[in-house]
Design a protein around this ligand. Structure first.
Ligand SMILES: [Fe+2]
Length: 199
């Protein structure tokens, strides 16, 4: 199997995951992904994200979702980054999260409608309350994590759970002794202009 076919597998896994979410935007996202044409995508070695790719691959455990296994196979070809969300995330938090955006306005698979990617949060990291216009659903792929929506009680999510955040809903999440790998989808207003941290 060549590298582009592995990338297509990643897109198909994302489509499958979000086709099973009980949500209108998720269904539209899945429809887009199922019909996406990846043939013109150029996968090249990503010199500037090599070290982040290695960190991602170092967090490997048994019973990971097949999407993670596929991402590992081509992780050296994916654009990994750490973001401060346009100055909205502090440097020490920024350094503990690594992500690659596979679909979106600045991604390998272009669309202005959605943003999807894969995300690693290191162990013992508290990602505090924030809210944003985009509707968001994380889907847990590896590790262990705890999530809070608005004033609801914090809940642990096991592998294979959806974590839905409506537009502008306050949400927070943290890891303890294990890492978290999840994929995310954004829909609606996917700009960062109105992303708020810490309430
Ligand atoms: Fe979010």
């Amino acid at each position: 199997m060549n590298e582009l076919e592995i990338f297509e597998n990643c897109i198909q896994h994302l489509a499958e995951i979000y086709s099973h979410e009980d949500n209108k935007d998720a269904k539209e996202t899945a429809k887009f992904l199922y019909s996406a044409n990846c043939q013109s995508i150029k996968l090249n070695e990503q010199e500037n994200s090599k070290s982040l790719s290695r960190i991602f691959n170092s967090f490997e455990v048994e019973n990971e979702h097949p999407l993670v296994k596929e991402v590992r196979k081509i992780s050296h070809l994916l654009p990994w980054y750490q973001t401060d969300m346009g100055g909205r995330i502090d440097d020490d938090l920024k350094s503990q999260m690594i992500m690659t955006e596979l679909v979106g306005p600045h991604s390998l698979l272009y669309t202005e409608e959605f943003e999807l990617g894969v995300f690693l949060q290191l162990p013992n990291v508290n990602y505090p309350k924030r809210r944003h216009p985009a509707e968001e659903t994380f889907y847990t792929l590896s590790g262990k994590s705890f999530w809070q929506l608005e004033d609801n009680e914090e809940r642990e999510k096991i592998i294979g759970e959806y974590v839905f955040h409506p537009s502008m809903a306050m949400h927070a999440n943290r890891t303890t002794d294990e890492h978290l790998i999840a994929c995310w989808r954004w829909s609606g207003d996917i700009s960062l202009e109105n992303y708020y941290k810490y309430q």
